[in-house]
Design a binder for this molecule. Structure first.
Ligand code: 3PG
Length: 412
């Protein structure tokens, strides 16, 4: 395992050092409130180590959105919640690396912590991995974030395994400039997933749902090609896009919704996948929508329905999925089956989660929204491994070298 060459922060003397700490506390949020503390809790041991060791801690982190990069918000709720959960006072300043942020970092005393503004306020954080700007870590040294913060900090600590797939300045550039270490969560996640990947019982079934479909499309081809995934149950928006790729008309409302979010762009890649691996996909055969405040189900053959938003899978799909899950040796899940927060559309997620909880397969779930969904319907103890990572987990499992791991291996 090459990655063991990455150095751990545990055991390093941090007293009096200004530590730039990059955890992933991107959390499920509803109405501006954090609704799941999983990632915040997982960050506490590293934070405690730094504080107890007398470091001056500047935390940089992001909050995204379930639908990719919309609804940017301040991270004041994260600082507040982290303070409550850890008992460590975490100040917040709504500035990433402007004058206010820099001033606060310079003033940090030993054992003090400040969380800086949402990294996603900076275009360079997102454009470098999501759009067409493919910067290398060296190129990112001239980004505003790195130029401003690096000179003030002595050590860089990254514990953001769950964002390891993001080739962003906050994740991969500071390593070139200063002594860099990973936190204990990084190693815990890495080791658990590595073990599962190398010794997974077959058949291995992926369940991919949710609205952030770039995650699913980022890995499906690879896990199918390499034989990692024996079956992929595609639900959520991915399930609908796969059906569109088969030439099925869904209906104007849903298709416009996809078009407005540039998600129709996934139809072509979906066609390619189906051409090559069609027999390994398990797709929804019916969907649920709302009419007059009531849940209605519609079969694939009765579509298109121009006024329907298909926000859950239907009962016939659930039966098919249950059967596949029942004979799985290992199950990986990322993303709920539908808009489970709305009672009308929680059926599919509820049933699928319970099938996973009851299954004798080794089950791994990851991703903030997936964990929130799961904890609503089942006891998380019935899942074998709950990972803080979602997108990073699926990419890791697809055998891709993650940008963070690359950067840590090349660190100063
Ligand atoms: C995640 O939740 O996958 C990580 O925090 C990365 O977030 P993102 O998908 O918004 O880049």
């Amino acid at each position: 395992m090459e990655e063991v060459k990455i150095k751990s922060i545990i055991g390093v003397d941090v007293k009096g050092k200004t530590v730039l700490f990059r955890p992933d506390i991107n959390s499920p949020v509803k109405g501006g409130k954090i609704v799941n503390d999983n990632r915040l809790n997982a960050t506490i041991p590293t934070l405690k180590y730094l504080v107890d060791g007398g470091a001056k801690v500047a935390v940089i982190a992001h909050q995204g959105d379930t639908l990719d990069y919309q609804n940017l918000m301040s991270m004041a709720p994260h600082a507040e919640r982290l303070t409550e959960l850890s008992g460590i006072k975490v100040d917040y300043i709504d500035d990433v690396c402007g004058e206010y942020a820099l001033q606060r970092v310079r003033e940090l005393k030993e054992g003090e912590v400040v969380l800086l503004g949402n990294l996603r306020y900076l275009t360079e954080e997102v454009s470098t991995f999501e759009k067409d700007v493919k910067l290398k870590a060296e190129d990112m040294l001239s980004t505003y974030l790195v130029r401003r913060l690096a000179p003030l900090c002595d050590i860089y600590v990254n514990d953001a395994f769950s964002a390891a797939h993001r080739n962003a300045p906050s994740m991969v550039a500071f390593e070139l400039l200063m002594p860099s270490y990973a936190g204990p969560l990084f190693f815990k996640e890495y080791e658990a997933l590595h073990k599962v990947m190398t010794s997974a019982a077959k058949p291995l079934v992926f369940v991919l749902g949710g609205a952030k479909i770039s995650d699913a499309f980022g890995m499906m081809g690879k896990v199918l090609k390499d034989g990692v995934a024996d079956k992929i149950i595609a639900c959520g928006v991915t399930g609908v896009v796969m059906r569109l790729a088969q030439g099925k008309k869904i209906g104007a409302k849903y298709e416009n919704w996809l078009r407005d979010r540039d998600l129709m762009a996934f139809v072509e890649p979906a066609k390619e996948l189906l051409k090559e691996y069609g027999d390994r996909f398990v797709l929804p055969v019916d969907f649920a929508y709302e009419e007059g405040g009531v849940r209605k189900e519609i079969s694939l053959e009765d579509l298109p329905h121009d006024d329907a938003m298909l926000l859950d899978v239907g009962a016939k799909s659930v039966s098919i999925f249950e059967e596949v899950l029942g004979s799985a040796g290992t199950i990986f899940v990322n993303g709920p089956a539908g808009v489970y927060e709305n009672e009308l559309f929680s059926y599919g997620t509820d049933k699928i989660w319970n099938a996973i909880a009851k299954s004798s397969a080794y089950s791994v779930i990851g991703g903030g929204d997936t964990v929130t969904a799961a904890s609503k319907f089942i006891d998380l103890k019935d899942v074998n491994y709950v990972c803080t990572a979602g997108g990073a987990m699926v990419r890791f499992l697809s055998g891709k070298r993650l940008p963070l791991i690359e950067a840590m291996l090349n660190s100063k």
